[in-house]
Design a protein around this ligand. Structure first.
Ligand code: SAM
Length: 264
């Protein structure tokens, strides 16, 4: 089954990264992309994944929309977009970016707690009615990294969960609410990093990876390690963090993961 528009006759010119190590140091700041949301994507991540795993006019679903990075990439790449988020401020922010857009109407996003099965069902149905379809073609998940960055005060916001077991349980619930709508044989990706808590590494990415593998019929197609942009370095704080690490016994996180799965 063809699941992208890549023209392999011209394979030498295709700028899709097929390596398991992605080093992206310059954030794409073009078009609607701004860097206003702490914990948002570098646009190149959704761009690469959308072009690799979907065709034009297909549907990308994102349960943790945030500031709309993936939506703006879908607009640039002529894909349809469905996205949810629990943060009303982000819905308002994305509204300001999309309201005056007279050319692109192929999107549906809403304020939705993706742990709530009935609400998710209702919103997905509304989106499918709009697009006259019944499947997603690609899912991109970028959940909070436990409670490292708190997004809202809503108790159902995953970023308010401190306990890893509860976090895993809620994350599995989100997958149960979304994955049935992904077309069989299609792909989804989880972008996630590890964290420190109580002077110890919590390998959150491995926990969530395992939660998916243990609970769903999926094949693992890729583990990509992506560098974390040097924010600390740019703020001139790189040295302080390095000094603190040297004085103690930990390592500075410089990478996160993109897990790519195929359904079925
Ligand atoms: C890491 S951010 C996503 C950032 C996004 N990729 C971007 O580029 O802006 C995680 C998002 O998950 C949202 N979120 C947390 N719990 C949620 C829930 N239960 N339902 C829906 N969204 C949730 C947060 O509000 C936050 O915007």
């Amino acid at each position: 089954m063809k699941y992208n528009d890549l023209d392999l006759e011209k394979w030498k010119e295709i700028d899709i990264n097929v390596d398991s190590l992605w080093l992206i140091n310059e954030r794409d700041k073009s078009g609607k992309h701004t860097n206003i949301y702490h914990g948002n994507f570098i646009p190149q991540i959704p761009n690469q994944l959308i072009r690799r795993f979907t065709k034009k006019n297909e549907i990308v679903f994102e349960p943790f929309m945030g500031s709309g990075t993936t939506l703006f990439e879908c607009e640039n790449l002529h894909r349809k977009y469905i996205g949810f988020d629990i943060n009303p401020e982000m819905i308002n922010y994305v509204n300001t970016k999309m309201n005056n857009d007279i050319f692109y109407k192929d999107y549906y996003y809403s304020l939705c707690d993706v742990t709530k099965n009935i609400k998710v069902k209702k919103e997905i149905k509304a989106a499918f009615d709009k697009f006259k379809t019944y499947n997603f073609h690609f899912i991109l998940m970028h959940p909070p990294y436990l409670d490292i960055i708190k997004f809202t005060n809503n108790k159902n916001d995953l970023s308010n969960i401190k306990d890893i077991s509860l976090f895993k349980k809620k994350f599995i619930q989100v997958c149960k609410n979304c994955l049935p709508y992904l077309e069989d044989g299609r792909y989804f990706a989880l972008v996630i990093g590890d964290i420190y808590k109580n002077r110890e590494v919590i390998p959150l990415s491995f926990y969530l990876f395992n939660s998916i593998k243990e609970n769903f019929e999926v094949k693992l197609k890729g583990i990509i390690i992506k560098n974390i942009e040097g924010n600390r370095g740019k703020l001139g704080k790189g040295g302080i963090w390095r000094y603190r690490a040297l004085k103690s016994d930990y390592y500075l996180f410089k990478h996160e993961y993109i897990f790519v799965f195929k359904k079925g």
